[in-house]
Design a protein around this ligand. Structure first.
Ligand SMILES: NC(=O)c1ccc[n+]([C@@H]2O[C@H](COP(=O)([O-])OP(=O)(O)OC[C@H]3O[C@@H](n4cnc5c(N)ncnc54)[C@H](O)[C@@H]3O)[C@@H](O)[C@H]2O)c1
Length: 321
């Protein structure tokens, strides 16, 4: 059955897109997963399968591609992230909302089999519980990104209830990876710290030492996405977006974890505007519904992730020098 699916990944050149596209190509076959982005193709995707240049805001062109390529599933990853969104709220709202509505409309019209669209822990705000933040709770986001994600969750639910569109979603925590650079989120420090540790043995952190945030290593995030999308439809009880948890740590803790491998690594803390965003989010997430519905279980803790990240960042650094 899987062979018949033809998947379009929108935003495939981004931090998640590159790795998700490669994982989907392994499952569905290279030719059946079409990468697309507004930017040029990420070099890591070159030669691994089809690529089209596409603006998700151009609904007509998107519709033409879906029909022309016989697309059955869309993974929509194009978005403006939390920190960048605060610099340009209108742009973030327009792209994050209209992009999703374009995809949902086409999914309804063309009766696509499945849609994936990620939400974020940024839906939570200062009034949400800080520890083990539950699926259903007070949700009052203070960033334009969080507002757009929360509104998007309700659009997903609406298209499912009203028109039966099978759209599935995860509230990703901050994602840590070494393949494709992060795109302007509040949790990007946890990616940058590794390359700075390897190159300079020093990092200037824009968050305070004890800022705990929910995080996840990319292999876990990719596996969660695929496991959610492959779960039987009857197991899916959340049609807005699932809470998803991996690891919670602070800049101080990740620095200490890196120092186990690079003892002379040092870190300074100079909080900027991103501290306000981070302070508004929960420190840890309760994902018991994902565990129950589709048996979610993360594999990486802080130590296992640090070891793998450092090995890979060091390898890449050695290659380029
Ligand atoms: N990375 C994280 O830590 C994280 C956490 C929570 C949620 N998310 C969500 O996951 C999704 C992917 O995030 P990411 O980190 O890979 O982001 P990213 O910024 O790295 O990648 C997004 C990609 O979308 C492309 N894009 C932008 N505008 C476009 C348009 N109009 N048409 C087509 N493509 C366009 C960009 O060129 C970029 O390659 C987003 O919805 C984001 O909100 C990410």
């Amino acid at each position: 059955m899987a062979v018949k699916e033809k998947i379009l990944v929108i935003g495939a050149s981004g931090q998640i897109g590159v790795e998700l596209t490669m994982a989907l190509r392994k499952i569905y076959g290279n030719a059946n997963v079409i990468a697309s982005d507004l930017r040029e193709q990420n070099p890591l995707l070159e030669g691994t399968g089809p690529y089209v240049s596409l603006d998700v805001m151009n609904k007509e062109m998107l519709h033409v591609q879906v029909i022309r390529q016989n697309i059955t599933q869309i993974y929509l990853l194009a978005a403006i992230l939390s920190a960048t969104g605060e610099k340009n709220p209108n742009l973030a709202w327009n792209l994050n909302m209209q992009g999703l509505l374009n995809v949902l409309d086409i999914a309804r019209e063309e009766q696509l089999t499945k849609i994936y669209w990620p939400s974020s822990i940024a839906v939570f705000g200062p009034t949400s519980p800080k520890h083990n933040c539950p699926q259903q709770t007070i949700i009052e986001p203070i960033t334009v990104y969080g507002i757009s994600k929360y509104a998007g969750e309700f659009w997903c639910n609406y298209y499912h209830q009203r028109w039966g569109v099978d759209v599935r979603s995860l509230r990703y925590p901050g994602l840590i990876s070494y393949k494709s650079a992060p795109g302007g989120g509040t949790t990007d420090y946890a990616v940058e710290i590794f390359s700075e540790a390897v190159e300079d043995k020093h990092y200037n952190c824009y968050l305070a030492e004890d800022t705990y945030l929910p995080m996840m290593y990319m292999p876990d995030a990719i596996r969660a996405t695929i496991e959610l999308m492959e779960a039987p439809a009857e197991n899916i009880s959340v049609h807005t977006s699932y809470n998803l948890a991996g690891i919670s740590f602070s800049p101080g803790e990740i620095a200490a974890s890196i120092q186990q491998y690079i003892p002379d690594f040092t870190i300074d803390y100079k909080p900027d505007y991103r501290q306000t965003i981070a302070n508004s989010w929960p420190q840890s997430i309760d994902d018991s519904i994902a565990q129950k519905d589709w048996h979610w279980k993360p594999e990486y803790d802080l130590e296992k992730m640090t070891k793998d990240m450092l090995e890979n960042v060091q390898k890449a650094y050695a290659k380029s020098h």
